[in-house]
Design a binder for this molecule. Structure first.
Ligand SMILES: [Zn+2]
Length: 294
């Protein structure tokens, strides 16, 4: 008897200790895009993207996009950064955050704070579960500039009109219970919001500090570990203000490479935790391994 083929197994929950806090990354899901460019490598001459894909042992005709919200237990608050696709993603391979919270040992009711990096669907659509708040006991925190831009709609690019309708449907009705943050403001003890505009007009990052350790949750500053991190000057179709996104990407990559900063990226390969190193006059993504344990 030969053992049966059982199919792929994929880790979806990952936790590490950061000082006196615990940081859990949870895979909301994954979707395969039918091309690399767009969305990535928009400014590359013909053949260049294919060469880069080959050099990195990646296919050049499709991309897997993964979605990883982060949960931080500071010891005094349970803070969820972005909420995944929720019901909008369940027929497309995503929207699994709530189910996988249980695998991580939490119930949706345990979340004290939801902090959004920005208002794109993979970060906000899971805010509601049916007609009810998905994380019913949580304060919901959003960058003030991000909220204002999506509310006014004036500067939102035309390809984001459906996204704006989602914002108006899901987020605007919560206005009474939203809390707004600006650059440098605390979200909870040890958690500070930092402006990183460009991917969306008011995109925020969050820095978590505990007992001398820190991690930067950079949201979508870079959307691919090769095409964005190694080639930050290339326009990405997902960026709402491409020029500003490029300058923010270069600033943040430079900062975390110089600082040896631990990073969590929503679209970095799961478990989405790593570092950025300089490589020639560019950068590379270095997944975290045992340095967080020993
Ligand atoms: Zn995203």
């Amino acid at each position: 008897m030969t053992a049966p083929l059982l199919g792929e197994i994929r880790p979806c929950v990952h936790r590490f200790v950061l000082g006196e806090a615990e940081v859990t990354t949870i895979l909301d899901g994954a979707m395969t895009l039918p091309a690399v460019s767009p969305p990535f490598a928009m400014d590359m001459r013909p053949g260049r993207m294919q060469a880069i894909a080959a050099a990195n042992r990646l296919p050049d005709d499709r991309v897997e996009n993964t979605f990883t919200p982060t949960l931080v237990n500071t010891g005094s608050a349970l803070v969820l950064f972005d909420v995944g696709f929720g019901g909008f993603g369940r027929d497309k391979g995503a929207g699994n955050l709530r189910a996988r919270l249980a695998d991580a040992g939490y119930a949706p009711e345990d979340v004290d704070i939801v902090a959004f990096t920005h208002m794109h669907p993979d970060h906000i659509a899971g805010v509601m579960e049916g007609d009810a708040l998905a994380f019913p006991n949580a304060r919901h925190v959003i960058g003030r500039h991000e909220f204002d831009e999506w509310s006014s709609g004036e500067n939102i690019p035309v390809q984001r009109q459906q996204n704006r309708e989602m914002f108006l449907r899901l987020i605007t009705p919560l206005a009474d219970r939203l809390e707004f943050v600006d650059d440098g403001q605390a979200v909870a003890a040890g958690i500070t919001a930092e402006a990183a505009y460009g991917h969306s007009l008011g995109h925020m990052m969050y820095r978590v500090e505990s007992a001398g350790k820190s991690v930067l949750i950079w949201g979508d500053v870079a959307n691919h570990y090769v095409f964005s991190v190694q080639y930050p000057e290339n326009r990405v179709a997902f960026d709402d203000d491409p020029e500003q996104a490029i300058s923010t990407r270069k600033r943040v990559l430079n900062m975390v490479a110089d600082g040896g900063t631990l990073v969590i990226g929503h679209h970095m390969p799961f478990p989405s935790v790593g570092y950025v190193e300089r490589a020639g006059d560019s950068y590379r993504w270095v997944p975290a391994t045992y340095q967080l344990r020993v």
